[in-house]
Write a protein of this length. Sequence first.
Length: 153
Amino acid sequence: MTEYRGRLGQVGRVAIVVSGYHERITRKLLDGALTTCRNAGIPESGIDVVWVPGAFELGAVASALARRGSHAVLVALGAVVRGETPHFDYVAGETSRVLADVARAVPCGFGLLTVDTMEQAEARAGGALGNKGAEAAEAALRTADVLAQIGSG
């Protein structure tokens, strides 16, 4: 995708929900998402950053924000790293399911990294593979823009 410079800066507020677990990674994802929002013309005062304990909590808070209706766009950022137990599957799967439900109500950027190693997470948080936080924010902004154009947002 090319850098987004759409009209959303005039449309409404953005909420970025960020997992505090693996903060070394998620803070980089947040930096990317904030840069994308600023480049789209959204003022700092139009961006709310909400920290949650871990990736699993992203869904609950994003759902609550969507129900509240005060944000035109949501972006969820987190990292789940595979370990030796099935914990990864439950957290990644259920968080993804809830965020998909949220996206039916409000454009929701999916910035949940699901990786096997911390090195893979680093590569996706501003490393060799880009910044998935920036990409998630851009996808949500573009979706909100399309919905506004077709009269559904």
